[in-house]
Design a protein around this ligand. Structure first.
Ligand SMILES: [Zn+2]
Length: 501
């Protein structure tokens, strides 16, 4: 079949060629964009069912050349089982979110460079509903872009697919329908961070007002279960006096009820399909104490929720696209406690959200979690796209940066960032050769990070998209440069987790 493929005069991506089901499958470059190529001998012609494109029948069998369309992506996932997302369980894993949809080839190369799926189980399709809204993408587009990226690289070792930060049952339905396998439930809106500073009388009043029916519980029963109890969890002693208990219940009670509701919905909607669930409270105001983690896990257990990973809100600051801000010694104690609790109740994985660029945290988290860890990244791949653009078209990059500075004060609202405009160089002041260096400057990095949605949506006076099409064009015409940048950047993220085991 290989000879026939070369006889077709297509610009086939060598890494993409794979034999399966008696047919030969590959991706080819063409002027009109990437093309799916399938060579199916007469004995295997049934594999072409469900695909669209031009089919030419020849004596030796059929050749289909078709677009990289949604229909063909779905048909590919149907035929090539390794492209079909599946639950990863408690294996060490990393989520490689991709806001533009062109990063998966670089992500695949980084995973391969650190030892492949035996070293770290990847999640290529991953996006939160918030970022889908910001980038104007839909769950199926996120899924398809990752499918084509894996296919182009000949990745046959499987993937998870993380529907991130879901807040409603409608979010679950939308992502379930297109094949996501991991559902990250974010009950952040139901977390009452004010409980941290509330006095005993306030806590008692708020406890009485909890949705006890939703929790299948009563205040008296909860008090009996916890008060006066002291539990040893590895090196920790978790003890509940009244204030500790009520604070945990007030802070996380409604969140627990919400997660249980979402988990029930997911179980029902998924039916026999295998899916997994993550609980994330990382995007809340105040840290999750060990006693609070204990209470949340214990209550979710009682409500028969099953989860594979949990993202607490750690101490210090996990800001987007930059290293950890805070006392590493304090963080180490905090991670040790949360990791012990995750082993005690699961075992489940500790999930590190806003996990990109936390280079000082990785060795600590890897050692303490003992492999039970999930690293979640997203926006940092957009920054690598900008690094690529800065090298190939500095003038265009300067325009993006200038625009990002204008947008920053508005766009930062829904992110945890602390960059200050005054500390980031003005666009006009940066010599051309120093432009890529902006991606190493703390303030410029955060400014570029949180403004991606505005950059992608900005419309020029003539009605065209001011940046988006040029940005995509540059990345599409320099795929190797982008993949190289991603590979180099992500090897640094993944290696500490591989070494630790
Ligand atoms: Zn998060």
């Amino acid at each position: 079949m290989s000879d026939r493929l070369s006889a077709l005069n297509l610009d086939v991506v060598p890494a993409s060629r794979v034999e399966a089901d008696g047919a030969l499958w590959a991706l080819a470059h063409a002027k009109a964009g990437p093309r799916l190529v399938i060579l199916a001998p007469a004995t295997a012609s049934r594999v072409l069912e469900g695909f669209e494109g031009e089919t030419t029948g020849v004596a030796e069998g059929a050749v289909l050349v078709g677009p990289a369309s949604t229909k063909n992506a779905a048909a590919l996932r149907g035929r090539l089982e390794w492209l079909r997302p599946r639950p990863l369980g408690t294996r060490t894993s990393a989520g490689l979110g991709d806001r533009l949809g062109l990063a998966t080839p670089g992500h695949v190369r980084a995973v391969r460079a650190v030892g492949g799926v035996a070293a770290i189980a990847p999640i290529f399709p991953q996006q939160s509903i918030r970022e889908m809204t910001r980038t104007g993408r839909t769950p199926i587009e996120v899924m398809d872009d990752a499918t084509w990226g894996m296919f182009a690289e000949g990745w046959k070792d499987g993937t998870g697919a993380d529907a991130d930060h879901l807040k409603t049952t409608a979010d679950i339905d939308a992502c379930l329908a297109v094949g996501f396998s991991m559902f990250t439930i974010d009950p952040g809106e139901h977390v009452d961070s004010a409980a941290d500073a509330a006095d005993a009388a306030t806590l008692r009043a708020r406890t009485a007002a909890l949705p006890w029916a939703d929790l299948a519980d009563s205040e008296a029963a909860m008090r009996r279960r916890y008060l006066g109890q002291s539990v040893a969890v590895e090196h920790l002693t978790i003890a509940f006096d009244e204030v500790t208990l009520l604070r945990a219940a007030v802070k996380y009670g409604r969140a627990v009820a919400h997660v249980a509701r979402m988990a029930r919905h997911l179980r029902q909607a998924a039916g026999p399909r295998l899916v997994e669930l993550e609980v994330s409270v990382d995007e809340t105001e105040t840290p999750t104490s060990p006693a609070e983690h204990y209470w949340v896990a214990n209550e979710l257990n009682r409500l028969e929720v099953e989860w594979v990973s949990l993202a607490p809100r750690f101490v210090g600051r996990f800001e987007k696209g930059v290293d950890y801000i805070g006392d590493l010694g304090e963080l180490e104690k905090d991670i040790a406690a949360h990791a012990a609790l995750a082993r005690h109740f699961g075992p489940y994985k500790l999930s590190l959200h806003s996990g990109s660029d936390k280079f000082t945290v990785y060795p600590i988290a890897a050692r303490l979690a003992q492999g039970l860890v999930h690293l979640k990244t997203a926006g940092t791949s957009y920054l690598e796209a900008l690094r690529t653009v800065a090298a190939v078209d500095p003038v265009f990059f300067r325009a993006i940066y200038a625009f990002a500075r204008e947008r920053y004060d508005t766009d930062k609202a829904s992110y945890h960032v602390s960059a200050e405009l005054a500390k980031a160089p003005a666009a006009a002041d940066v010599p051309e050769g120093d432009l890529p260096g902006l991606l190493e400057q703390f303030d410029a990095r955060e400014i570029l990070h949180v403004t991606f949605g505005s950059v992608l949506k900005e419309v020029a006076p003539d009605g065209t998209l001011r940046f988006k099409d040029t940005l995509f064009g540059l990345l599409r015409s320099n795929p190797e440069a982008y993949a190289d940048n991603l590979e180099r950047h992500f090897v640094k993220h993944l290696q500490p987790f591989v070494k630790a085991r």
